[in-house]
Design a protein around this ligand. Structure first.
Ligand code: HEM
Length: 141
């Protein structure tokens, strides 16, 4: 579970991410699709050329949800309930992919915020992304 210190680290770094959700979300997706090309199968209906408008827009949406969830750190399952339904019932994304996306997201944070991304901040964000992923994959069965 996230400690009070973890929660503070999540909220603090989010305040820096929030002004660049499209750029950071896009970069995380570029790394996901390049490093783990099997993830592209979920996005067959997208223009997956690098930095396409569709991928950029999706990156902003994903990051928007990550940011919105910072308001529900004590109640993520409620805050993410609709997204959880979507990923489990409609999209049926294999849970393994959430680990891959979280990994890419941590890499992007390390690249963009080298000074802020201490081991403690990394650990806090890792826990946060695991918590989000757990909720989004909780309704599969
Ligand atoms: C859609 C968030 C992980 C595949 C979405 C949407 C959001 C979102 C906000 C748009 C929902 C809407 O239109 O109402 C997240 C978050 C994730 C995550 C916060 C984890 C931190 C994943 C993973 C995959 C995935 C790992 C697959 C590799 C999709 C697909 C769509 C979608 C295929 C629909 C895209 C479209 O048709 O435009 N997600 N997602 N998501 N997500 Fe996720």
């Amino acid at each position: 579970a996230l400690t009070d210190g973890d929660k503070a680290a999540v909220v603090n770094l989010w305040s820096k991410i929030s002004g660049q959700t499209e750029a950071i979300g896009n970069e995380a997706l570029q790394r996901l699709f390049t490093g783990f090309p099997q993830t592209k199968t979920y996005f067959k209906h997208y223009d997956l050329s690098p930095n396409s408008a569709q991928v950029r827009a999706h990156g902003a949406r994903v990051l928007g949800a990550v940011g919105e969830a910072t308001k529900y750190l004590d109640n993520l399952s409620e805050g993410l309930s609709k997204l959880s339904d979507l990923h489990a019932y409609n999209l049926r994304v294999d849970p393994e992919n959430f680990k891959l996306l979280s990994h890419c997201f941590l890499v992007v944070l390390a690249v963009h915020f080298p000074a802020e991304f201490t081991p403690q901040v990394q650990a806090a964000w890792d826990k946060y992304l695991v918590a989000i992923s757990t909720v989004l994959t909780s309704k599969y069965r």
